[in-house]
Design a protein around this ligand. Structure first.
Ligand SMILES: Cc1cc2nc3c(=O)[nH]c(=O)nc-3n(C[C@H](O)[C@H](O)[C@H](O)COP(=O)(O)OP(=O)(O)OC[C@H]3O[C@@H](n4cnc5c(N)ncnc54)[C@H](O)[C@@H]3O)c2cc1C
Length: 427
């Protein structure tokens, strides 16, 4: 090792929602972890940085509990007790959306196995609270170092190790390099891993709504012609006590710049047209955020001494609120194969360890990409024949409790070959 070089077992590039979770998991198991991000921690938790909330599935919550992050999230987490899905239309006269005929209803009390206590299907949490909780947990782990802001200048991976030079001159040598860089993934590109990608003609507009009546833990998804309009229950505003929901309003990309600039009164009009009046008087508050949508998948999740996790490996449509949950299962699976190899004194970046990770994560990722893409194509249009097919489908699922339970358990992240952390066990 060169004189000014620092050593780590695992070097994670990207301290976003997935990179920071992986660092907390590996650090909890005692591995020496360095995690770097080009954005400083305080900037990442500023209210204007990321206006989104995340639907944390029940299985993901168990993982956050196991790595000691959940206690700091819990006060900001609103349980999802019901999910109501309906096929909606806009009132051509410009009035507020009529109360939709209910097509599909998921009740958390019907999701569990016999004898199991009823658990919420998940929780809605503001991303900034998840980030704060993760950064706090990382500070308590003696074997974890966070370097932010910091950027990668060069990377050299070999059969023996990975060596990274940062733009500020610092050097780090690691046994395993992880890209948690999100959709843009520079390391993925440098490794020559092919990316399969398609842009949706949709952009997600994200705002917070304040409404007169409480939401009672109900998440709603209305399928409008431009795409899903999701109303996600949030905790009441801690200062004003206002009832709040987080809105993911999928819209034609071409319309979004206009909506972002629209004067307040006109924006509120368009907003109420979609939201409706089922929660009494409602208004959109705070900044408007926008996120262009695409689906993408890396052809491989690993290369020599490199693993991809989260959006760097796959990025999906937010229609089912599953992108982060999918990435969390990557982090949990990678942490498990790496921690097991570490305890046995094996090389944690060896090709055989990485092959185990890749094999484990393929099926879950491909099925989630397929499911969300199909749902979006089926629902984001106003074609009469498709409308009939989907309405019949929704009504059929609604009438079949076992099928409803099957979907709920999938959405709760409780199906498949689950990593120990997702089962709520220690790493
Ligand atoms: C509108 C919307 C709503 C969503 N809602 C949900 C939901 O309810 N539930 C759900 O499960 N998922 C949801 N998702 C998906 C979820 O937000 C993403 O899957 C998740 O944020 C991905 O996290 P990540 O850490 O992989 O990537 P990112 O969040 O993109 O983080 C990447 C990090 O890496 C850093 N970085 C990148 N390159 C470098 C570099 N070279 N050097 C240093 N740092 C670098 C970046 O600064 C960033 O901090 C939603 C997505 C959208 C768009």
């Amino acid at each position: 090792m060169v004189a000014d070089e620092q050593a780590a077992d695992v070097l994670i590039i990207g301290a976003g929602l997935i990179g920071a979770t992986l660092a907390a998991a590996l650090g909890s198991a005692g591995l020496r972890v360095t995690v770097i991000d080009r954005v400083a921690g305080p900037a990442q938790v500023a209210p204007t940085f990321d206006g989104r909330t995340t639907a944390i599935a029940h299985g993901s919550q168990r993982a956050l509990e196991a790595i000691g992050v959940w206690p700091a999230i819990a006060p900001h987490a609103e349980p999802i007790l019901d999910i109501r899905i309906s096929d909606g239309r806009l009132d051509p006269a410009g009035g507020p959306a009529p109360v939709s005929r209910l097509h599909l209803h998921f009740d958390h009390r019907q999701a569990g196995r016999e004898g199991e206590p009823a658990a919420p299907m998940g929780h809605i949490v503001e991303n900034r609270h998840i980030r704060v909780a993760l950064f706090r947990r990382l500070e308590t782990l003696p074997s974890v170092r966070v370097l932010a802001p910091a950027d990668v200048a060069t990377t050299v991976r070999s059969e023996d190790d990975a060596r990274v030079a940062l733009a500020d001159g610092r050097k780090i040598r690691a046994t395993l390099l992880v890209s948690a860089e999100g959709r843009g993934g520079a390391l993925r590109e440098q490794a020559g891993i092919r990316l399969l990608r398609a842009d949706y003609p949709q952009t997600a507009l994200v705002v917070t709504a304040e409404h007169e009546l409480p939401h009672r833990g109900v998440a709603q998804e209305k399928f409008l012609p431009a795409g899903p309009f999701a109303i996600l229950p949030m905790t009441d505003d801690p200062d004003s006590g206002a009832h709040r929901s987080s809105i993911v309003w999928t819209e034609h990309t071409t319309l979004v710049p206009t909506l972002l600039r629209l004067p307040e009164a006109e924006f509120q009009h368009e907003f109420v047209r979609r939201f409706g009046e089922h929660l009494g008087a409602v208004k959109a508050v705070g900044p408007r955020f926008s996120y262009p949508l695409s689906v993408q998948a890396a052809e491989h999740f690993t290369a020599t001494r490199l693993a991809l996790v989260g959006d760097a490996a796959h990025s999906i449509h937010p229609i089912a609120g599953q992108g982060w949950n999918l990435g969390l299962r990557d982090a949990a699976a990678l942490a498990e194969v790496v921690a097991d190899a570490y305890r046995l004194g094996l090389d944690i970046g060896h090709a055989s360890v990485l092959a185990d990770y890749e094999r484990w994560r393929r099926v879950d990722s491909l099925s989630m990409i397929g499911a969300t893409d199909t749902l979006n194509r089926l629902f984001s249009n106003d074609l009469a024949p498709l409308r009939v097919v989907r309405d019949v489908g929704l009504a059929a699922v609604n009438r079949l409790p076992p099928l409803r339970r099957f979907f709920m358990r999938h959405a709760m992240g409780l199906v498949g070959d689950l990593p120990r952390l997702i089962r709520g066990e220690a790493l």
